[in-house]
Design a protein around this ligand. Structure first.
Ligand code: Z5A
Length: 208
């Protein structure tokens, strides 16, 4: 049996990842493939508990950057080892809303953490495990935040200042430029249908 495909969606807040994941799932299923969708941080009961710690603003304590980084990787280890890899081995495609590139962009770019430290965590948790395709939906963070704010109360990340999100975006784009085979960039400021049709071209290149 052949392995499933591991496809990850990346981008700033409100870039349209969740919306496009629904499109990707239905497109792959129309080709007769079995597909599951997960998210990071989260995706398993333990990883979802970690997600709550990461996302919930609190007044009694302040999550330090190192704890944030290690919790991201703890959640990722749980998700990759207990859910993603076993499903890929069964031939099921896994689409993940955010993965390791989010850590490079948010903790590396946004928080300014040392990339050698991030790479050390990456090596412990992922080894050589990488997605078959990473789609970066690029959007001006002002546009993305306007979309996200329509949802109501802001989480711990959404409460960051705009310069944080500008650094995140720039880090995403720099990484994509340096790794053109690994990361494909699609503009998220186009109409929904045009974003989907750009993504369809990338999926077809995988010969699904
Ligand atoms: N994080 C981290 O720091 N380090 C890590 O390693 C990982 C994560 C893995 C998770 O938040 C947070 O964790 C995230 C980074 C951090 N925080 N931030 N900021 P999350 O999972 O709650 O949030 P998100 O990943 O940013 O998702 P989101 O806000 O739900 O955005 P989205 O999924 O990309 O967008 P959407 O829900 O598909 O669309 C948002 C709205 O825009 C919706 O109303 C759509 O109908 C609309 N939309 C979508 N596309 C379009 C187009 N093309 N035109 C017009 N309107 C559109």
């Amino acid at each position: 049996m052949s392995h499933g495909l591991f496809i990850t969606l990346e981008g700033s807040e409100g870039s349209g990842k969740s919306t496009q994941i629904a499109y990707i799932k239905s497109y792959l299923e129309s080709k007769g493939r079995k597909v599951i969708c997960v998210r990071e941080p989260g995706g398993t009961p333990i990883a979802e508990d970690i997600r709550k710690i990461l996302k919930t603003p609190r007044s009694d304590d302040n999550l330090c950057d190192t704890a944030e980084l290690l919790l991201m990787y703890a959640a990722r280890a749980q998700l990759v080892n207990t859910l993603i890899k076993p499903n890929l081995e069964k031939g099921i495609d896994v689409i993940c809303d955010r993965h390791d590139l989010s850590t490079i962009a948010y903790q590396g770019g946004g928080r300014g953490m040392n990339m050698d430290d991030i790479n050390a965590c990456r090596k412990v948790v992922l080894g050589d495990f990488r997605p078959n395709l990473t789609i970066l939906i690029d959007i001006d963070p002002v546009v993305g935040m306007n979309r996200a704010q329509k949802r109501g109360a802001l989480d711990r990340f959404e409460q960051s200042k705009m310069d944080f999100f500008v650094r995140v975006r720039n880090t995403y784009l720099e990484y994509a430029k340096e790794h053109p085979n690994e990361v494909k960039v699609v503009s998220g400021e186009q109409a929904l249908e045009k974003v989907s049709s750009d993504i369809k071209i990338l999926l077809d290149e995988l010969h699904v």
